[in-house]
Structure formats: structure tokens, C-alpha cells
Design a protein around this ligand. Structure first.
Ligand SMILES: Cc1cc2nc3c(=O)[nH]c(=O)nc-3n(C[C@H](O)[C@H](O)[C@H](O)COP(=O)(O)O)c2cc1C
Length: 149
């Protein structure tokens, strides 16, 4: 099964998480394709079925700006028969009540457009480096099972 991982990252935190997710999925037999959102045409979503979306949250609960164009184009797409899991990065020190709100915006839009959600949202607080072999790995293991189902 192919899984397309589409993400926005400014300082590389989201990127390292998405790369780690892709690596684990590859060892489980999935074919993975990593896309930076700002360089991704909407056709990549239109022409595929399985996704993991990732973004950080910026500026008081906003999407990472690198995801904005694709987000707007997603709003014009019918996402029935497509499934996605969601990975968010954030930091409660910036906005306790808007923690990881960026990925929540993408998730809500996806559901509104008829897309199916796989598993629960991964929310990573702060630097991800020492969470890759624990929180991230546990999450990917669950998502891998659900993607197959
Ligand atoms: C100016 C600024 C605003 C931020 N605002 C939020 C926020 O509203 N909510 C949140 O959960 N995290 C917020 N963050 C934390 C980032 O989402 C977090 O550092 C993330 O790991 C960055 O990932 P990236 O470098 O891959 O984009 C903010 C960070 C900065 C620097």
C-alpha cells in the first residue's frame, strides 16, 4: 500500500517526525512518499487515497504558513474514499489553549470534505527528537494496523 506523507515544517521539527514515520512504515512494507506541502500540487491529493498530514502550529493557533496554499485547495476537493491520519507539533508555552490547533484545522477540513480519519491525532509537544522512539513509534504502529484494515 502507498502512503503519502504531506507536511509543513519551518525549523525541521515536523520534518524529522514525518521522516521517522515514513521510515517505520517502510519497514512494515508500505511504500511511502514524502511531500513538503508548499511544493505539492493538489493533484497529489486528488490522485491518491492514503495520507498522513503533518503540520506545526504558528502565530496563535494558525497553520504553518507553508500549508496554507494546499489547505485552500483542499477545500475545493471531494475527499470521499480517501483516508488520512494526522500528526501535529506544537508547544503549550506559546498558546496553552491553542496547542496543536494547526493540525486540528486540517483534520476538520478533511472530515468536512468527506475524508475518513485513521486512528487518533498524534500531538507532539516541543522538540520531537527524544520522542521518536517512544510516542511517535507507538502511534505509527497503531496507524499501520488501521491503514491495512
Ligand atoms: C512564533 C511561534 C508561535 C507558535 N505558536 C504556537 C501555537 O499557537 N500553538 C502551538 O501549539 N505551538 C505553537 N508554536 C510552537 C511550534 O508549533 C513548535 O515549535 C513546532 O515544533 C515547530 O515545528 P516546525 O519547526 O517543524 O514548524 C509556536 C512557535 C513559534 C516560534
Amino acid at each position: 500500500m502507498d502512503i503519502n506523507l504531506i507536511y509543513a515544517s519551518t525549523s525541521g521539527n515536523v520534518e524529522i517526525v514525518m521522516e521517522s514515520i515514513a521510515k517505520v512504515l517502510s519497514t512494515k512494507g508500505f511504500r511511502t512518499f514524502l511531500f513538503r506541502a508548499e511544493r505539492t500540487p493538489i493533484e497529489a491529493v486528488k490522485n491518491n487515497d492514503n495520507f498522513i498530514f503533518g503540520t506545526s502550529t504558528w502565530q496563535h493557533g494558525q497553520l504553518n504558513p507553508f500549508f496554507l496554499k494546499l489547505y485552500e485547495q483542499l477545500n475545493l476537493l471531494d475527499c470521499h474514499h480517501k483516508k488520512a491520519a494526522f500528526a501535529g507539533l506544537g508547544d503549550r508555552r506559546y498558546e496553552p489553549v491553542l496547542f496543536c490547533e494547526g493540525i486540528e484545522k486540517i483534520r476538520k477540513l478533511w472530515l468536512k470534505k468527506g475524508g475518513k480519519e485513521i486512528g487518533s491525532v498524534l500531538r507532539i509537544e516541543g522538540e520531537p527528537y527524544n520522542q521518536l522512539d517512544s510516542i511517535v513509534l507507538d502511534w505509527v504502529n497503531k496507524i499501520a494496523e488501521k491503514m491495512k484494515g
